[in-house]
Design a protein around this ligand. Structure first.
Ligand SMILES: Nc1ncnc2c1ncn2[C@@H]1O[C@H](COP(=O)(O)OP(=O)(O)OP(=O)(O)O)[C@@H](O)[C@H]1O
Ligand SMILES: [Mg+2]
Length: 381
């Protein structure tokens, strides 16, 4: 007969191992980034958020390697870690923009000390502030637009009436001088110019007015179809080939269909203008799941996004101008107002999305709009 062995308490070494593995999991899963380096410069701890924020892939032998080796491509972080052993006052709540990923981190450094008070290591504890920065940037844009809006509204008010007066009086004169051919042609030009100035005033007012979204479920294929019609009415397409790949199966977006139509119409109109009658434009959409940045409102959750691309094979945008294309009134076209992309940007922001532009040597210009399927917004002004 075999006696059942009494259940033994786990040995002290087993308990220690269990605790150690618990600590490892705890540190690895922290919502903040953690990096710890021992006195001799070896990495003791680097957790998941740290890898993700630095844009590094974990490898099993990172722990124990020298930090300058592991952080070779993140010299800005390596520099502050190195400084951590020397500084008497360590930074608390400092900020750093990582050159490699463009992310902004808010960090605190501490020294690890043994019971005798000797420094045995340093730790860097940080949070990804990129999302916070984006929100602040949007807030600043909102303030700027509000100031610009007040000024533009005041100017428009002053200009609108005299403009209407010019148009009406030129019309009267045109009728009175109906048999004077020279006067007819000059007055026709005056009326045309006054009309154009008036449409600029209307456009400016439109731009500075806060966007109030009429949110409803919007089918992207319908929006794109309408946007193509609008763009076609603004810029003749002539020999330009347009291909559309926007599957009907995409989920509807919670958004404002008129604003979204305007957004894609502006991008398409620009592409048509850039091509000047020949070339190709492609508009396509795909669904993607994007993990929210740490620190964002949906921290750690995966958010359904639609990514819509408008690509042309035109001349592209010179590198020194690319940062300015979204600024109000920036234009390289003789008849342009320079508000098309500023409005695009505003509509994208109002939908809690983002827009990126890239220019390749052969691919012309590529605009990528990313919008959440389920937004959480009502007003952006
Ligand atoms: N697809 C593109 N290819 C090349 N350049 C582009 C493209 N889209 C925009 N641009 C550049 O960006 C500038 C700004 O575009 P934006 O739409 O804001 O104004 P615009 O087209 O000049 O005038 P508006 O749209 O108000 O009539 C353009 O003048 C052009 O230089
Ligand atoms: Mg435009």
């Amino acid at each position: 007969m075999t006696a059942t062995r009494p259940r033994k308490r786990p040995a002290a070494s087993d308990r220690r191992a269990a605790t150690e593995s618990f600590y490892r999991d705890l540190v690895w899963n922290l919502q903040n980034g953690l990096l710890a380096v021992t006195r001799d410069g070896r990495i003791a701890v680097m957790n998941e958020v740290a890898y993700r924020t630095f844009g590094l892939q974990p490898t099993p032998d990172d722990i124990g390697r020298h930090f300058s080796d592991v952080l070779r491509d993140i010299p800005d972080v390596a520099r502050i870690v190195a400084g951590g052993f020397e500084m008497s006052h360590l930074p608390n709540r400092a900020e750093l923009r990582l050159k490699r990923t463009g992310k902004v981190i808010g960090y605190t450094m501490s020294q690890v000390k043994d019971p005798q008070g000797h420094v045995t290591g340093v730790t860097l504890f940080f949070k990804d502030l990129t999302r916070v920065e984006q929100l602040e940037e949007r807030e600043r844009l909102r303030d700027r637009l509000a100031a610009l809006g007040e000024m533009a509204a005041a100017i428009a008010h002053e200009v609108k009436n005299p403009l209407a007066g010019i148009e009406v009086m030129a019309g009267l004169l045109k009728r009175q001088l109906s048999d004077n051919e020279d006067a007819q042609s000059i007055l026709k030009d005056i009326i045309k110019e006054a009309k154009m100035a008036n449409s600029i005033v209307i456009e400016v007012l439109d731009f500075v007015r806060p966007i109030r979204l009429q949110v409803e479920p919007v089918a992207l294929p319908d929006v794109v179809r309408d946007a193509i019609t609008t763009a076609d009415s603004q810029v003749p397409r002539r020999g330009i080939k347009l291909s559309v790949d926007v599957p009907e199966s995409l989920p509807p977006i919670e958004g404002d269909k008129h604003q979204l139509r305007q957004l894609f119409a502006n991008l398409l109109a620009n592409a048509f203008e850039a091509l000047g009658g020949e070339g190709s434009v492609r508009i396509s959409a795909t669904q993607r799941a994007v993990e929210e940045d740490v620190g964002g409102p949906a921290e750690g959750k995966s958010v359904a996004m639609l990514e819509i691309e408008v690509v042309d094979n035109g001349p592209g945008i010179p590198p020194d101008l690319i940062d300015r294309v979204f600024s109000p009134f920036f234009t390289t076209k003789p008849q342009g107002t320079g508000l098309g992309l500023a409005i695009v940007r505003k509509i994208v922001d109002a939908h809690d999305g983002r827009i990126d532009v890239t220019v390749g040597p052969d691919t012309g210009t590529r605009f990528v709009v990313t919008v959440p399927v389920n937004g959480n917004y009502k007003l952006f002004g």
